[in-house]
Design a protein around this ligand. Structure first.
Ligand SMILES: *Cc1c(COP(=O)(O)O)cnc(C)c1O
Length: 427
């Protein structure tokens, strides 16, 4: 079931606000007609879209089930309860909080629960593939705390746990983070947990990118090892935009208090309902197949790129993500990403470890397979994707060639309907 609207999409918006209406239609067409390779993006189901656009957005419900500060919570409590119990079952977690507004506030709640301003905290550096919220100097995590960062080895592109341990022993962080936004390889969560234990740190695994793979059982889970597991809900997990914190029973109070009243007010109930639906979807056999295909597609695309002489950080991928170092191709990431976009292929430019270029025009691009896999693309299509990308690289200034590729991409994708998006005239 892919078509969920009549010939006129967003009919009420069309009546209320023609400017926003036409932008909504154009963005819908963009998501339908372009090959979306941004590693953090996906297509949610029509059911998840429906819930996020529902009357639940009208309801305030500060607090937790049974202890709310407003009346009229009988349905909200049930919805939040379903989201929590589904997440607990799916991930095998002792306790789950589904109220964080997104991944960044979820991580901020972790700091609030376990650290005081000025404490030493430790995470992976942004340029090595970590996230801003893990102690980057421009972010609150780097400004309010004494953040120390670890990276990857220059020769392997992978985390060196001996180096992580050395830094941790020297710096004695209160919180140790594992996880990132541009990490193409499996992280040794058990190894991180042992280091955290040795230095007395709270170990937090941030699985924002990979939580769908973890839920499906096609990627190792940190849940048995981590004090806290943080995730977004909208990346590989394919739910609405949001965040979620899972933890050991002993941390339940600290986490819940940090999220509310520590950091946030009322939870976004429309998101919670969408999340409950997404978690139900993720518990089904079809999602396991989906998640495995994400990985199979990434490996096939990596192989097709390697065959064309592309240099991939760490030499390949174990997950949904490929980080490509373009320095041997004599281009920077930004001009290539812009040319790819003109050719109907949307991804992001990205720093690579030990990058010699500036973050706003770095040496790499990041490629992810979750969104295209949601449309049904399979490993046998990945050579074609690599071929398009290579043709763009060789024709970056050739506008008519880029337009021709965009038309090819659009034609090809018309056989792969995107979840939640109608085919045909979007009016
Ligand atoms: C995406 C991401 C976040 C932040 O999530 P937002 O929803 O964008 O705030 C945090 N940590 C990691 C590792 C991420 O990839």
């Amino acid at each position: 079931m892919t078509v969920r609207y009549g010939l006129t999409m967003f009919p009420y918006t069309k009546e209320a606000d023609v400017e926003i209406h036409s932008l909504l239609v154009e963005e819908t067409a963009r998501q339908r007609d372009k090959l979306r390779l941004i590693a953090s993006e996906n297509y949610v189901s029509a059911a998840v879209l429906e819930a996020t656009g529902s009357v639940l957005t009208n309801k305030y419900s500060e607090g937790y089930a049974g202890k709310r500060y407003y009346e009229g919570q009988e349905f909200i409590d049930a919805i939040e309860g379903l989201a929590i119990s589904r997440a607990k079952t799916l991930f095998g977690a002792d306790h789950v909080n589904v109220q964080p507004y997104s991944g960044s506030p979820a991580n901020l709640a972790v700091y609030l629960a376990f650290a005081k301003p000025g404490d030493t905290v430790m995470g992976m550096g942004l340029s090595a593939g970590g996230h801003l919220t893990h102690g980057h100097h421009v972010a609150i995590s780097g400004k309010f705390f004494n953040a120390v960062q670890y990276g990857v080895r220059e020769d392997t592109g992978m985390i060196d746990l001996d180096e992580v341990r050395d830094i941790a022993l020297k710096e004695r962080p209160t919180i140790l983070w594992a996880g990132g936004t541009a990490v193409p390889r499996i992280i040794d969560f058990e190894g991180f947990a042992a280091i955290a234990k040795e230095v007395g740190a709270t170990f937090v695994a941030d699985i924002a990118h990979i939580s769908g793979l973890v839920a499906a059982g096609v990627h190792p889970s940190p849940v048995p090892y981590a004090d806290v597991v943080s995730t977004t809900t909208h990346k590989t997990l394919r739910g609405p935009r949001g965040g979620m914190l899972m933890c050991k029973e002993e941390h339940q109070k600290a986490i819940d208090r940090a999220v509310f009243p520590g950091l946030q007010g009322g939870p976004h109930n429309h998101t919670t309902a969408g999340l409950a639906i997404a978690l139900k979807e993720a518990s089904q056999p079809a999602f396991k197949v989906y998640a495995q295909t994400i990985i199979d597609n990434a490996k096939a695309l990596a192989a097709a790129m390697l065959a064309r002489g592309y240099d991939l950080v760490s030499g390949g991928t174990d997950n949904h993500l490929i980080l490509c170092d373009l320095r041997n191709k004599n281009t920077l990431g930004k001009p290539l990403a812009k040319a790819l976009d003109k050719a109907g292929i949307s991804l992001n430019y990205n720093s690579v470890p030990f990058d010699t270029a500036k973050p706003f025009n770095p040496s790499g691009i990041r490629i992810g397979t979750p969104a295209m896999t949601s449309r049904g693309l399979k490993p046998e299509h990945m050579d074609k994707v690599a071929e398009w990308m290579d043709a763009v690289l060789l024709n970056m200034e050739n506008e008519s060639k880029l337009t021709a590729i965009a038309n090819d991409v659009k034609g090809f994708l018309s056989d792969f309907p995107a979840p939640g998006i109608p085919v045909g005239d979007l009016g």
